[in-house]
Design a protein around this ligand. Structure first.
Ligand SMILES: N[C@@H](CCC(=O)N[C@@H](CS)C(=O)NCC(=O)O)C(=O)O
Length: 223
């Protein structure tokens, strides 16, 4: 009997993209279920009653949520193309940096894009400090996973969206002079066909972020 593999996602969210990339790298066929987060489906609420967020992976009727946990599930379920390294220490480090990406890098970059003035400067300085740590991690490597895209590359893949944010807001976060390894990694990662195939259309992302940026601006100038 064919396996049931469904991915609850939206067209643009970065977290479900992690799961799409992992499934793609493993060559697993799956069905996408598109959610509207302003009107979540009963199925999404049923499958992820705790966080009520995408992604949810449904595998043979059983739901799993939280993208980093799903990545581990995918890696343990389908053994072809390992995402996490074999060595326990290297696995722990990959998980450590993935958590750092979600806990520290993402919030500081998000804060830099949504703030202005002194607040923005502080957020940008904090983001740069965090990015510097990732830059160090890339020394001597093509991908965080070594020669091939792995768990940590996928976990940090949302950084490839920065170009779109930078274009919309004219804020520069990933400066090639300062972060040459990260910039080279981003290009290598984004150009990989398996990654590119899942990426939302750039013009649609730009339109979405322009609308969000303008709404934020209109709100801050009216207060
Ligand atoms: N920690 C979660 C974050 C998932 C997340 O924030 N999903 C967003 C879309 S990108 C969402 O579903 N938001 C809906 C909401 O917050 O109500 C993960 O890694 O899966």
């Amino acid at each position: 009997m064919a396996e049931e593999v469904k991915l609850f996602k939206t067209w643009s969210s970065p977290f479900p993209l992690r799961v799409a990339w992992a499934l793609q790298l493993k060559g697993i066929q799956y069905e996408s279920v598109l959610e509207d987060l302003s009107n979540k489906s009963n199925l999404l609420l049923q499958y992820n009653p705790v966080y009520k967020k995408v992604p949810v992976l449904l595998h043979n009727g059983r739901p799993i949520s939280e993208s980093l946990i799903i990545l581990e599930y995918v890696d343990e379920t389908w053994k072809q193309y390992s995402l996490l390294p074999r060595d326990p220490y290297a696995r722990a480090m990959a998980r450590f940096w993935a958590k750092f990406g979600d806990d520290k890098v993402l919030p500081s970059i998000y804060a830099a894009f949504k703030s202005e003035g002194k607040e923005q400067e502080a957020a940008l300085a904090e983001a740069s400090e965090h990015l510097q740590k990732l830059e160090e991690e890339l020394k001597g490597k093509k991908f965080f996973g070594g020669d091939n895209i792995g768990y940590l590359d996928i976990a940090l893949g949302w950084l490839a969206n920065l170009g779109v944010f930078e274009e919309v807001s004219s804020l520069r976060v990933l400066d090639v002079e300062r972060f040459p390894l990260l910039c080279a990694w981003l290009k290598e990662f984004s150009d990989a066909p398996v990654i590119k195939d899942c990426w939302p259309p750039r013009d649609m992302l730009i339109a979405k972020f322009i609308a969000r940026h303008q709404a934020r601006h209109a709100k801050s100038s009216s207060t």
